[in-house]
Design a protein around this ligand. Structure first.
Ligand SMILES: O=C(O)c1cccc(C(=O)CC[C@H]2O[C@@H](n3cnc4c(=O)[nH]cnc43)[C@H](O)[C@@H]2O)c1
Length: 246
C-alpha cells in the first residue's frame, strides 16, 4: 500500500515494464524525461529517460527490507544515485503529530544492542557493528525545502528502526530518553540503509505518521491520512529533488 502511494505521488512519471526480482518482489520502473521536459513525451521517437525511479515493496521488518533493497541494488542494470526507504510510521510526541512527514537526518537501529541491568547498550558500545546511518545533510535540507515550499507539514529528525511496533508507555519512555530528538519509528529504514551503504549509495528515510508511538491503540491509527501525506510528499519530490543532480 505504501509503494502504491509513492508511485501514485510520482504522477507525472511514465511507468515502463515491471521487473521481477529474484526475491519474488516486483519492482516498478517509472521515468521522467528530465527537468524542463514534459513528463509524458508527445508522440515521436522515445528519448532515453533522464530520471528513473524504481519503486519496490520490500516487505515488513529490517531483514526483509534489507534483502529486497540489496537484491534490487545488485541486479539493477544501472547504478542508483539514491535509495529512499518510505512508508508509514509511528510519531513521537510532541515532534510528529498524525499526518506529519518525517525526513530522517539519522536512521537508527534502536534495538540493535544489548539490554543490561544498567540499561541498553548500542552495538557501538559493545565494540562491533553500527546502529546509525546518516543521510547526506544537503539532501535532507533539499527534501525539507521542497516539502516546505509545497506546504507539506514535515520535520527533519532521527527515525528509529525497530523489529517490534512499540506498544507500551514504558517502552516509549525508554526510546524517547535514549533518542530525545527522534520523531518517528518504523521497521525497515535501517535495513534499507545497510543495503544502500554496502553499494556506496546514500540513503534517506521518509515516513508519514499514521499513529502515535505509545500504548497500543489500533483504533486510533490513521493509515489513510498518512498515505495521503506520503503521496503528497512524493508528488513534491518527484517534480523537484528527484529531477536534480544528487
Ligand atoms: O496491529 C495491527 O493491527 C496492525 C495493523 C496494520 C498494520 C500494523 C503494523 O504494525 C504496520 C507496520 C508497518 O507500518 C510501519 N509502522 C507504522 N506505524 C509504526 C509504529 O508505530 N512502529 C513501528 N512501525 C510502524 C512499519 O514500518 C511497518 O512496515 C499493525
Amino acid at each position: 500500500m505504501e509503494s502504491d502511494s509513492v508511485a501514485a505521488g510520482l504522477d507525472g512519471y511514465a511507468a515502463s515494464a515491471a521487473r521481477a526480482l529474484p526475491s519474488g518482489h516486483t519492482l516498478t520502473r517509472l521515468h521522467h524525461p528530465g527537468p524542463g521536459a514534459p513528463a509524458l513525451a508527445p508522440e515521436g521517437p522515445a528519448a532515453a529517460p533522464a530520471v528513473v525511479v524504481d519503486v519496490v515493496a520490500g516487505g515488513v521488518g529490517p531483514a526483509a527490507a534489507a534483502v529486497t533493497a540489496a537484491v534490487a541494488l545488485a541486479t539493477a542494470p544501472y547504478a542508483y544515485d539514491l535509495v529512499v526507504s518510505a512508508g508509514i510510521g509511528g510519531g513521537f510526541a510532541p515532534h510528529a503529530p498524525l499526518g506529519t512527514v518525517v525526513v530522517s537526518d539519522a536512521i537508527v537501529a534502536a534495538d540493535l544492542g544489548a539490554d543490561t541491568p544498567d540499561g541498553y547498550l548500542a552495538v557501538e558500545e559493545l565494540g562491533f557493528g553500527r546502529s546509525v546511518h546518516l543521510p547526506p545533510p544537503a539532501l535532507t535540507r533539499r527534501i525539507a525545502a521542497a516539502l516546505r515550499e509545497g506546504g507539506q507539514r514535515h520535520v527533519v529528525a532521527p527515525v528509529l528502526t525497530l523489529s517490534t511496533v512499540t506498544g507500551t508507555a514504558a517502552r516509549t519512555a525508554g526510546l524517547s530518553a535514549r533518542h530525545p530528538r527522534a520523531a518517528a519509528e518504523a521497521m525497515e529504514g535501517f535495513g534499507v540503509a545497510e543495503a544502500a551503504a554496502s553499494h556506496g549509495v546514500p540513503a534517506v528515510e521518509i515516513r508519514a505518521v499514521s499513529n502515535a508511538v505509545g500504548p497500543r491503540d489500533r483504533a486510533a491509527w490513521r493509515i489513510g491520512e498518512a498515505l495521503d501525506s506520503l503521496r503528497n510528499a512524493f508528488r513534491l519530490l518527484g517534480t523537484t529533488v528527484f529531477l536534480e543532480d544528487l
